[in-house]
Structures are given as C-alpha cells and as structure tokens.
Design a protein around this ligand. Sequence first.
Ligand SMILES: *Cc1c(COP(=O)(O)O)cnc(C)c1O
Length: 397
Amino acid sequence: MPGFEVFGNEERKEVNDVLNSGVLMRYGFDGMRNGHWKAKEFEINFAARMGVQHCQLVSSGTSALTVALAAAGIGAGDEVIIPTFTFVASFESILATGAVPVLVDIDDTLTLSPKAVENAITRKTRCIMPVHMCGSMANLAALKAICVKHNLILLEDACQAIGASYAGKPLGSYGDLGCFSFDFVKTITCGEGGAVITNNKKYFTLADQYQDHGHDHLGSDRGAETHPNLGYNFRISELHAAVGIAQLRKLDAILELQKRNYLIIRKELSKLAEITFRRVPETGVENYSFVNFFLPNAPLAEKAHKALAENGVDACFYWFKNNWHYINGWEHFRNLNSLGRLPSEICSQIKNYNEIDFSNSDAIMGRTISTLVKIGWSEEDVKNRAIKMREAIASVL
Ligand SMILES: *Cc1c(COP(=O)(O)O)cnc(C)c1O
C-alpha cells in the first residue's frame, strides 16, 4: 500500500494552489480561494472513479466508518457484525456511535465467513460490515443475500483494497455504503483522510451534514445555515484533499505496478507445494497490495515468518501475533478499557470476548503470512526478493 512512494511534484503543485490562496478550509471564503475547491474536486473525481453518485470526504478512514454508520441511522444498542481479522478502527467506529460490535469468524478469504455472520444475527442486528483486508474481498453476494433476508445495511470497509473489484464493480460500491482511508500507508494517501461513497441520496445528505456539525450546506452564508440534526466535526482540510487529488490520478498506474510485482512473487512462492494462497471470491479481482499465503500449520508459519526476517525480507506480516489486526492482540477491547464510562447498552449487550471460541479464525490466521507489495521495486528487485522469500520459507519446511 504505497501511496507515499510516489509523492512528488504533482502533489506539491496541488498543495501549493491551496497555500497560494491561504484558504485551508473546504467551506466558504469564496472570494479568496482563487477558484480552488480541493475537497469538492476530489469528491467528484473519486465518485466517478468508483462509479457511484456520491462521495463524502472526511478526516480519516475511521471517521468515514463513523460517519457512514451515523448516516445509516445506527446508534445505541444496535448490533454491527465485524470480522475477527480487521483493524481496530472497525470496533472503534461502532463504539463511537454507541452501537455494539459483534465479532464473528473469518474464512479462507481472510474476511467475514457468511455462515458465521448468519449465525450471529439477532433482533438487534442492523448492519454487516465486511472488511476487505489486504487487497482482496469478502463474498459480497452471500453477505448481500443475508442483508436482504434480514433487512440489514451492508457497509464495506474497503480501506485496504481500493481499486479491487467484485462482480464488475469497484469495491466499496457494491454495498449500501463503502468506506476508504487515505492515511499515510494506504494505496493512495492524503496524509490523513477518508471517504464514504454511496448511491443513496439520503445517506449522502446525512453524511455531509454529520461530518460538519450538522450544517445543511444550503445557501451561501455558512453562519445562516440550519442544523436539522446533531453532528460532529470529521472535516478534511483543503491541504489534505489537495494531496489526494494528485494521488488519485496515480491510482491506476499504482495498481498496474502492484499487479506486476504481486504476480512475480506469487509465481515464485507457488513453486513450494506446501504453500497455498488466500481464496478470492468468484468474480473478485484483487488490488494486489499484498500477497497472502498459508503455511500447512501455525508452528511452520511462525518459523517461516522468522526466517523471512532473518534473511532480510522486510514487510512480511504474521497477523496472528500482531497488536492491531487480530482479536488476540486486543486486550483493551476484550476488557473494555475505556477512559470514561461506556453507554449502558454496550456494557449490557457486548459479549465477553475473553471467553468466546474463535478457533475457526485461529486455524486460518495462525497459518497466514502476508507480504506487502511495494511499487518502488524494479522487476529485478522483485525477482530477487521472491527467490529470497522462497528460499527462506523452504529452509523451515
Ligand atoms: C487504515 C484502516 C482503517 C482506518 O483508517 P484511518 O484513516 O487510519 O483512520 C480502517 N479500516 C481498515 C481495514 C484500515 O486498514
């Protein structure tokens, strides 16, 4: 996920447009801004690239999830289903709205198991939030069918899979709402930023208002705007949006290089009969930001991960023993270590995640290694790296 690798003069030019006018805010100051509306421009371009009607740019991917949940009317006591393998932002955003995160097992797609989702549905379930981890996607058709059957909202977290597609649609555009992050390590970056996309006019209008203190954004006098509903501040600045405009233009070139490098690594690792690859759902096309593969068992995966590091292969992840992406590392969440008191609905409804059996997830995550695909690598670099990887892994088999 290498947006920062291609930061250059194109980004500087866009930022300088903003610096030259001094209007760092996305709203108002019409006379001073020399015609530059960077956040607006990004939203139009991003909606077009994603094939949707609406895009709301916000301050981070976590804000995007929070705003999307709020726009869909999710609040205290509502249950939102998320996977055990994700980033902490999933439960953070849900807790922020007062709703209750319900964690369920993943399958060999490294995303939500539709069967586990079905088993977790209660009268309070309102939303299913698949998280398209490490460049590939959940089985969205199966999840959509569950949503239709139970009248639930499908909210895609596509923060790690921008540019991938499913059933011919860009990831994030298949569900009712889709969220993206443009933090500094994502495929394209704003420095910090995020976006919500949707084809639902009502969700968009509410998201637009909620992320800016409830402003209805009608008329030309910001101070005189009304506030139909309570809101918050999840706004992005013009400086950040400006970086994103230049990065978005580079997205397709980034994806092409990722694919080239991914295929070289995958081909080399395929020579080891013991290695299998993460399952990509039918009709899915990855964004190739990671190569994700399985070792035959957890002890071998841990050894292989160690051997990769010892042989100088950086950017390989063993998520099973990671503080940020798998439930094993989230004791602060499992113990609800909150600074202040949490809403009573959360306290009374949340399950005791210290006791729940996630052996199905463990059986997959324990065997999983992911390697980041960078775009700064030349073809020669990638080939050498791939051979080094194969040899390091072979040494522990
Ligand atoms: C990065 C990320 C987020 C959150 O994005 P921030 O912009 O860092 O807040 C959410 N979900 C996933 C899967 C991510 O990788």
